[in-house]
Design a protein around this ligand. Structure first.
Ligand code: NAD
Ligand code: TYD
Length: 339
């Protein structure tokens, strides 16, 4: 099968490209990415010369370029990871989020309709459900939980989900949507909590925890997200939404303390800083549907996943040193200096 993966030079898309190349020798992977600050060809270095892999530097909002690619490649399946993905950046600059995360989805789905693509899969997020209270551990997001967003990022992802469902109902486009909890693992861009804390701790730099560090996220090792999407695109039912998560809720402060301990650093590095505007309190996914209908279960516990992740950042310094020595320095200064 020809699988077109957008956003394949990013964190989860890159892991998904590796996953497909390693586990599906019968498949061809066509990667589309416009290489924003978050896109990185080094992430794809291992597969770059593989005969079953090709890369196309295209913006998903560029209708003409997307049309030309679909016309020449004729993909069987499209999996859309391409997005602006960082909540803090969406608070600074919402426009880029609306363009890529909503209009880009329209452009991709119109191409799917025109060229009769067999499946359009939208990689969405649990953030479309908004947040849950900290004092109600019994509550979790199901696929029926109403969309109720907090940040420009989550609002753009929820808008895309509505558009995807509309294309199913109106045009009969065979779509599926997955809504996953927070991912962690190799190739995670240093602006996000886990890699940021690992890299700062390695440099004995302050570890900036927003607010009191009481916010809860539900963490899933990235390979488990890839296995879920792989199952959905092959066996999932068109028109359906699947929540993906591994019942692994942790307070931010506990994540940071785990990283500090595993790296043998001092908790004195932890610095409480001004909270994020509109900061969601708690995310928690109920993944019963994907387990019941598709037999999916996560394979990696948090204890194993965080070890593997820290080891990866220790073994792959060249990958992230290149990033933090570039424009990321200005971003870090803007977001954290005087915070
Ligand atoms: P990322 O920021 O690491 O990667 C995004 C990739 O998309 C980059 O390679 C970037 O260059 C590319 N891109 C951005 N705009 C583009 C455009 N207009 N055209 C083509 N390419 C473009 O993001 P990620 O963390 O890998 O997230 C991937 C997807 O998964 C996103 O849709 C995100 O909403 C979703 N998601 C992420 C998480 C998480 O924890 N990171 C959890 C659930 C869902
Ligand atoms: P993040 O990795 O940005 O993912 P998301 O906002 O999509 O959940 O942040 C995870 C949590 O960590 C979130 O509650 C915000 C918090 N956080 C910090 O406390 N300090 C930081 O420097 C960052 C980047 C995040």
């Amino acid at each position: 099968m020809k699988i077109l993966v957008t956003g394949g030079a990013g964190f989860i898309g890159g892991n998904f490209v590796h996953y497909l190349i390693d586990r599906h020798p019968e498949d061809e992977v066509i990667c589309v990415d416009c290489l924003t600050y978050a896109g990185n060809m080094d992430t794809l270095a291992d597969v770059a010369d593989n005969a079953r892999f090709s890369f196309h530097k295209i913006d998903i909002t560029d209708e003409k370029a997307i049309d030309a690619l679909f016309s020449s490649v004729k993909p069987d399946i499209v999996v859309n990871f391409a997005a602006e993905s960082h909540v803090d950046r969406s608070i600074e600059n919402p426009g880029a989020f609306l363009k890529t995360n909503i209009l880009g989805v329209q452009v991709l789905m119109d191409a799917c309709r025109k060229y009769g693509v067999g499946r359009y899969h939208q990689v969405s997020t649990d953030e479309v459900y908004g947040d849950l209270p900290l004092d109600r551990p019994d509550l979790m997001f199901t696929e029926e939980t109403p969309l109720h967003t907090s940040s420009p990022y989550s609002a753009s992802k929820a808008s895309a989900d509505l558009l995807v469902s509309a294309y199913f109902r109106t045009y009969g486009l065979p779509v599926t949507i997955s809504r996953c909890s927070n991912n962690y693992g190799p190739y995670h861009f240093p602006e996000k909590l886990i890699p940021l804390m690992i890299i700062n701790a390695l440099h004995d730099k302050p570890l900036p925890v927003y607010g009191k560090g009481e916010n809860v996220r539900d963490w899933l090792y990235v390979e488990d997200h890839c296995s879920a999407i792989d199952l959905i695109i092959r066996n999932g039912k068109p028109g359906e939404v699947y929540n993906v998560g591994g019942h692994n809720e942790k307070k931010n402060i506990d994540i940071v303390k785990t990283i500090v301990r595993k790296l043998g650093k001092s908790e004195d590095l932890i610095t409480y800083v001004k909270d994020r505007a509109g900061h969601d309190l708690r995310y928690a996914i109920n993944p019963e549907k994907i387990h019941r209908e598709l037999g999916w279960l996560p394979a990696t516990s948090f204890e194993v996943g965080i070890e593997k992740t820290i080891r990866w950042y220790l073994d792959n310094k060249a990958w992230w040193e290149k990033i933090i020595s570039g424009e990321y320095r200005d971003y870090y200064k803007k977001m954290y200096e005087n915070r």
